[in-house]
Ligand binder design. Structure first.
Ligand SMILES: Cc1cc2nc3c(=O)[nH]c(=O)nc-3n(C[C@H](O)[C@H](O)[C@H](O)COP(=O)(O)OP(=O)(O)OC[C@H]3O[C@@H](n4cnc5c(N)ncnc54)[C@H](O)[C@@H]3O)c2cc1C
Length: 457
């Protein structure tokens, strides 16, 4: 590490300890849970204010030092890995909830606020923050990846929740986009541009987000099916019928087996939908009855449902731990997960076709997904030390993406591009790449912000 770099940064932040070169801190900021090889930053900086972020960026921009924003580090495509070294800018100490406006259904937060912390703060007021990617991610990281997860089918994705941002550009300049109003047509949609930009266009230092009212009555349910396709068809019918499902999650039989081992549950060893219904008691009862009928027609023997909060939480904890359950099936291996999203009508056939291909392979895989949105993941556990195994998984990943694109879908429903999907983005949006590059150049002319991510080169 250049002593000048560390000394320069220490001159900008108030406490020396917030500029770290400790090996364990560097290691924590040099990897994620995925198969992407680690690469260490030179230094990790923990700013506590917008002014400090601005000073660090101005310094880095002047000296051509890469800066990789870091939230909870739970992203899965190598997003936070500093492939060109430089500064990992850890925003977790900017973790204040600045304001809650219950009557407006909004909150203003710093980027390091974790979604569970925001929920703990607002649940008592009958409100919740809807986006739930399973992991307890930071609001800044969730915005930067346009995260979604289990509840998007009802409440939408991160882009639908962020009303306004404070962003520090590569130059250190601070700008504000959007505001506290629920809608705005004032000029270009910069808020939506920064959401999903994966730290490549600016560093988010404040967010104004939407909150939602907690439904009066909530029921969670499980439905096991003879085939994955039958489960997907059921999901599609429920969504098309306008049933007020707030979650529709698919676990194939391999995923259910992994969950049973990991969580010590005894769910039926079959493709399963985990569902949640929310609304008034009468509307939820009617929706449940309708869902029972639709599921029965697809061969589901019974919809098992849970009303008590503890039992519901248990079920969703099992769903949220799917990635960890799958990882536990192959100790020493690393996770590669696909993330395609296809039009709803295409999903049963897309999953059927992929299942046939996967069944003919030696590589172990499992399928889970937010099937109410047409978004499904194939999880592979690969040995990063085995080029053959990585190549086999990459080839399957590619086939899944090609299939999704041919159906009018996308290579990434929610995880983002990071390092892992750059070439798929090229295939999906080749004609728009010059404009994306021009936008990147306008916001970050020296290319210091999370270089090597989203766009090649
Ligand atoms: C078990 C598990 C389950 C998951 N399930 C889902 C799921 O269902 N849906 C889903 O969408 N994702 C899922 N994810 C992925 C992950 O949780 C999301 O991508 C999440 O949004 C990442 O947030 P984070 O705070 O961890 O961000 P990080 O991983 O720290 O960063 C993600 C990206 O955002 C950038 N960034 C971070 N903070 C800022 C900031 N303040 N300003 C600018 N850029 C910033 C980083 O540079 C990086 O490019 C899952 C992950 C795990 C481990």
């Amino acid at each position: 590490v250049s002593a000048d770099l560390v000394a320069g940064l220490r001159a900008l932040v108030a406490e020396e300890a917030r500029v770290s070169t400790s090996p364990s801190v560097l290691d924590h900021h040099g990897r994620d849970l995925s198969y992407h090889p680690p690469s260490l930053p030179d230094v990790v900086v923990f700013p506590v204010s917008t002014e400090e972020v601005s000073a660090v960026l101005r310094f880095a921009n002047e000296h051509g030092v890469p800066v990789v924003p870091f939230g909870a580090g739970s992203s899965v495509e190598g997003h936070v890995i500093p492939v060109r070294g430089g500064i990992s800018l850890d925003l977790t100490r900017m973790d204040r909830i600045l304001a809650v406006y219950p009557e407006d259904f909004t909150a203003v937060v710093q980027p390091g606020v974790m979604r569970n912390a925001l929920n703990r703060r607002v649940n008592g007021e009958g409100l919740f923050f809807s986006v739930d990617p399973g992991a307890d991610a930071s609001l800044g990281g969730m915005a930067a990846t346009n995260a979604s997860g289990t509840t998007a089918v009802r409440y939408g994705v991160m882009r639908d929740q962020v009303l306004g941002l404070e962003v520090v550009l590569a130059s250190g300049e601070v700008i504000r986009t959007g505001g506290r109003a629920l809608k705005s047509s004032a000029g270009y949609g910069l808020t939506h541009l920064f959401v999903g930009s994966e730290g490549t266009l600016g560093v988010i230092t404040e967010l104004t987000v939407r909150l939602r009212g907690i439904p009066e009555h909530t029921v969670a349910a499980r439905a096991a099916f003879p085939t994955v396709e039958a489960a997907c068809r059921t999901a599609a019918v429920l969504v098309a019928a306008g049933v007020s499902v707030s979650r529709v999650e698919l676990l194939d039989a391999a995923t259910v087996r992994a969950v049973n081992r990991y969580e010590e549950t005894s769910y039926a060893d079959a493709p399963t939908l985990f569902l949640e219904f929310g609304g008034t008691r009468a509307s939820v009862d009617a929706d449940l009855a309708f869902a029972q009928e639709v599921a029965a027609a697809e061969g589901c023997p019974a919809l098992e449902h849970e009303v008590e909060a503890e039992a519901r939480n248990r079920l969703w904890q099992a769903r949220h731990n799917v990635a960890f359950a799958i990882m536990a099936t192959a100790p020493g291996k690393r996770l590669m997960t696909t993330d395609v999203c296809v039009p709803l009508s295409q999903m049963p056939d897309a999953i059927h076709r992929i299942r046939v291909v996967l069944d003919a392979q030696r590589l172990e895989s499992s399928i889970n997904g937010h099937v109410g949105d047409g978004n499904y993941h194939v999880a592979f556990m690969v040995d990063p030390g085995s080029p053959e195994e990585v190549a086999a998984a990459v080839a399957l990943n590619e086939l899944i993406v090609e299939d999704a694109l041919a159906r009018g879908g996308t290579c990434s429903g929610e995880h983002g591009i990071g390092l892992g999907k750059i070439r798929y983005l090229e295939r999906e949006h080749g004609d728009a790449l010059p404009l994306m590059r021009a936008l990147k150049h306008a916001a970050d002319p020296n290319g210091i912000l999370n270089p090597g991510k989203i766009l090649a080169g």
